[in-house]
Design a protein around this ligand. Structure first.
Ligand code: TRP
Length: 446
């Protein structure tokens, strides 16, 4: 019997669509939920400076490396690493797929909170005690239901494929997101108290930079925010066919992602200060978004309902375009590795991720533990492997891939040497620092 030919692999329709999908993956809850909190409590503008250093010195080289691996191999992470590094690297690919799956499982729980607040603000159903409200919606049956809904919408888009699912959604959603956020930032700027908010966010507190945990936090944050270290970028780039300049695209994604993170802070802090809610922000990492902001919007009456709906809609868009990339990592593995049809692969992974996320929807302690373990430690470890693989094992191939559409030999040289030396060392230190904070359980794991 002759084997039926496999259908041609899906691909991006346009370079712009690809870049929007990449920015969609990068811009997410990490920008609007984690960044502002970490910056304001961890050194203000000084933190932002260190963060930028990590984005450009470490993040963009790794982002470029993942793009090169994806485009050169044209296949999902496990097979991609096998192809360029040999069978021993399959295990690292497996770790990526696991990380993608694990992050999706709890990320969609947080996305579920956003969905819940969005629906309740439209219905005008948020009580004045927003702290009690948040405690009620963040765990339990409601949290599970909204988590399941988030996974279902994500799966609906991903089963449509790259071109007709993810690219099409990103092309509509990302410009919408930018417009909504820019409008909100302008409105925030007009509030009295805006100056105090900006100062709280950005006033440089240099002494906090002497704390190794703040530095490691900035590195981990940059990594999470750029969607690195779990094969999401490799997977998206594997659907590329053209001769794009990979460093050029990496820089666009880095700039886009960082500006949304800053914009998020510029939206949030004036509101928080206008309504005198700074204590809430400091008390709880989720306080700014889920307790202070709903309270502020409530005090604004009908206008607040509208502004709240816009804000949480923007947040939901940011989150779901990131969730697409996590789901696609695992789905593309099943398609490329086992020849599974896309629909069936998506359904299978979505059901599994829905189940795996239930513990996170029932316990905040579990959620923050797995966020640190996988969303910080494991992806940074993934980055160490990417650096070693592209810098040492596959450096000729990597250099050749880089020059397609980007003929700058000097930069290519600098890139390889960064990946050989500074990048893996800094990431390894970050990894150890992060695992130390996780306590005995995680130390025993590694
Ligand atoms: N970058 C996204 C955010 O900032 C989250 C994300 C998407 C992610 N894909 C990822 C994080 C891959 C780590 C790895 O919210």
């Amino acid at each position: 019997m002759t084997e039926l030919p496999r259908p041609a692999r899906d691909s991006w329709k346009t370079s712009a669509g690809f870049v929007l999908a990449l920015v969609g993956s990068a811009v997410g809850l990490g920008n609007l939920w984690r960044f502002a909190y970490t910056a304001s409590t961890g050194g203000g503008a000084a933190f932002v400076l260190v963060y930028l250093l990590f984005v450009f010195g470490i993040g963009i080289p790794i982002l470029t490396a993942e793009l090169a691996i994806g485009r050169a191999t044209g296949t999902s992470p496990i097979r991609a690493l096998d192809r360029i590094g040999g069978p021993r690297w399959r295990r690292v690919g497996g770790m990526f797929v696991f990380a993608g799956f694990a992050v999706l499982s709890y990320y969609s729980v947080i996305m579920g909170w956003v969905g819940r607040v969005l629906v309740d603000s439209i219905r005008g159903a948020i009580p004045s005690d927003t702290a009690g409200y948040f405690a009620g919606i963040s765990t339990g049956v409601g949290a599970v239901l909204f988590h399941l809904t988030g996974i279902a919408i994500t799966a609906l888009v991903v089963q449509g494929g790259i071109r007709r699912g993810i690219e099409r959604a990103a092309t509509i959603l990302m410009p919408t997101l930018f417009i909504l956020l820019a409008a909100l930032a302008i409105w925030s700027f007009t509030l009295s108290g805006a100056g105090a908010g900006y100062a709280f966010f950005l006033r440089p507190k240099l002494d906090s930079l002497l704390d190794g945990r703040v530095i490691a936090g900035a590195a981990g944050q940059a990594f999470f925010s750029l969607s690195l270290g779990m094969g999401a970028i490799i997977t998206y780039a594997s659907y590329l066919q053209g001769q794009q300049s990979l460093p050029g695209q990496a820089v666009i994604v880095g700039l886009g992602d960082t500006s949304v993170a800053l914009l998020g802070g510029l939206v949030t802090f004036p509101i928080v200060f206008h309504f005198g809610l700074a204590d809430v922000v400091l008390a709880n990492p989720s306080g700014a978004l889920f307790i202070a902001l709903p309270q502020a919007f409530q005090q604004l009456g009908a206008a607040g309902t509208l502004l709240g709906a816009i804000f949480f809609l923007a947040l939901y868009i940011a989150a779901i375009t990131s969730a697409f990339s996590m789901l696609e990592v695992v789905v593309s593995g099943l398609i490329d590795g086992w020849g599974a049809p896309r629909r069936r692969a998506t359904l299978l992974v979505a059901v599994a991720a829905a189940l795996a996320g239930i513990p996170a929807a029932l316990s905040l302690d579990y959620l923050s533990f797995i966020d640190k373990l996988v969303g910080e430690a494991l992806i940074v470890l993934g980055g160490v492997f990417i650096a070693v693989l592209t810098g040492w094992v596959w450096s000729r191939g990597a250099a050749a891939e880089l020059t397609r559409g980007f003929p700058h030999p000097r930069l290519q040289f600098a890139w390889i040497w960064l990946l050989r030396t500074v990048v893996p060392i800094v990431l390894a230190i970050t990894f150890v620092t992060t695992v130390r904070q996780l306590g005995p359980l995680a130390e025993a794991l590694f």
